[in-house]
Design a protein around this ligand. Structure first.
Ligand code: ATP
Length: 333
């Protein structure tokens, strides 16, 4: 069956001064129905820009300059703003980064849920009240707390409220930007468990944006790995995290020893830093940090290519991935 969302060669740029930053420079990936897709990469790689582009709520100095975002037979890149607006909340809901602090402190959470339910969803007062109670039940908060103000909730609870808000109008796709980043580990697990339950119960798809690959490993079905504005690897968990084919993914994975079992030893982050996106390197953007770099890598950009069903990689050495994985394991330990 066709995916819920199919992104092809998406380009998003920011105007800065007299120049331009190509923050997303040709991203392609699919979101199958009923799945949780982890969009992962280091800070600044363009994850949030992709997530925001999907709802077309982008910064004033940003522009989508190319590509397609196919959703239900329509291309969200070219969809007239009126139709795009009708899709927000109803079909695609966005839980912004630090959603738990984005709730308005001067209104009760019921008031804020009502804004979405009544104004965007057209529900009457009674139906809205019922839906508020339903939503709180769904995310496991006592309905008596609907009349509370955001500051009366803990961080984890506020995040649940933000998730309830996103689910208000039964969207098909929820995009959650770093949903558990500011929370302690135990609360992180609770929120992720709940997100997984809700996804299964409601049959929705989720794009989970995170810099934390252990979050991806914990909850996601698929991974899209971004580096410096490009998708470098995507596929199932098995393909991407168990047997990664891109040296960047190998490095990310090796930096989290708990993903590989107790035997694997020290935590080794990938050396170096991502390139300045205003002046990206001409070839592969990871080449300056890659332990397996060849001459070609410095001059020729590797295209994102399918190397198996459900597994795409942008690396000139993808064919040697198994051997490189072994070497990578030796480098890291
Ligand atoms: P983080 O996790 O830190 O948010 P990210 O992977 O989500 O990182 P983005 O926030 O999408 O990355 O940023 C991608 C690139 O675009 C970065 O180089 C960033 O500095 C730049 N950028 C983001 N927003 C703007 C803006 N409004 N104007 C100019 N440049 C921007």
């Amino acid at each position: 069956t066709e995916p819920l969302l199919s992104v092809r060669d998406l380009k998003v740029s920011y105007k800065v001064g007299s120049g331009r930053i190509d923050a997303v420079d040709g991203a392609s990936f699919d979101v199958p129905r009923g799945s949780i897709v982890g969009l992962v990469g280091e800070s600044g790689c363009g994850k949030t820009t992709v997530a925001r582009a999907l709802t077309r709520v982008i910064a004033d100095n940003a522009a989508i300059t190319g590509g397609q975002m196919m959703f239900g037979g329509r291309d969200l890149v070219t969809l007239p703003e009126r139709e795009m607006n009708a899709l927000r909340w109803r079909d695609i809901a966005f839980v912004p980064q630090s959603a738990m602090n984005s709730l308005d402190p001067v209104y009760t959470v019921e008031y804020q849920l009502n804004e979405v339910l009544r104004r965007r969803g057209g529900l009457g007062r009674r139906d809205a009240r019922r839906r508020c109670e339903e939503l709180f039940e769904l995310v496991g908060i006592d309905r008596g707390r609907l009349s509370d103000y955001p500051h009366q909730f803990s961080g984890g609870m506020r995040q649940r409220v933000a998730i309830a808000l996103a689910l208000a109008l039964n969207p098909k796709l929820v995009i959650a930007d770093e949903p558990v980043t500011a929370l302690d580990v135990i609360v992180q697990r609770q929120i992720l468990d709940q997100l997984r339950e809700l996804q299964a119960a409601l049959g929705i798809s989720v794009i989970l944006v995170t810099h934390d690959i252990s979050v991806v490993a914990y909850i996601c079905d698929r991974t899209v790995v971004m580096y410096a504005g490009k998708v470098v690897e995507s596929g199932t968990m098995q393909a991407t995290l168990t047997e990664p084919s891109h040296p960047y993914t190998m490095g990310l994975r090796n930096a989290f020893p708990d993903l590989q079992g107790a035997a694997s030893g020290v935590l080794t982050p990938i050396e170096g830093a991502p390139p300045n996106l205003a002046f990206p390197p001409p070839g592969c953007r990871f080449a300056p940090r890659c332990p397996f770099v060849l001459d070609t890598c410095r001059t020729v950009q590797p295209p994102l290519e399918g190397i198996a069903a459900d597994h795409a990689v942008a690396c000139h050495r993808a064919g040697e991935a198994a051997a490189l994985r072994e070497k990578a394991a030796r480098i890291e330990t």
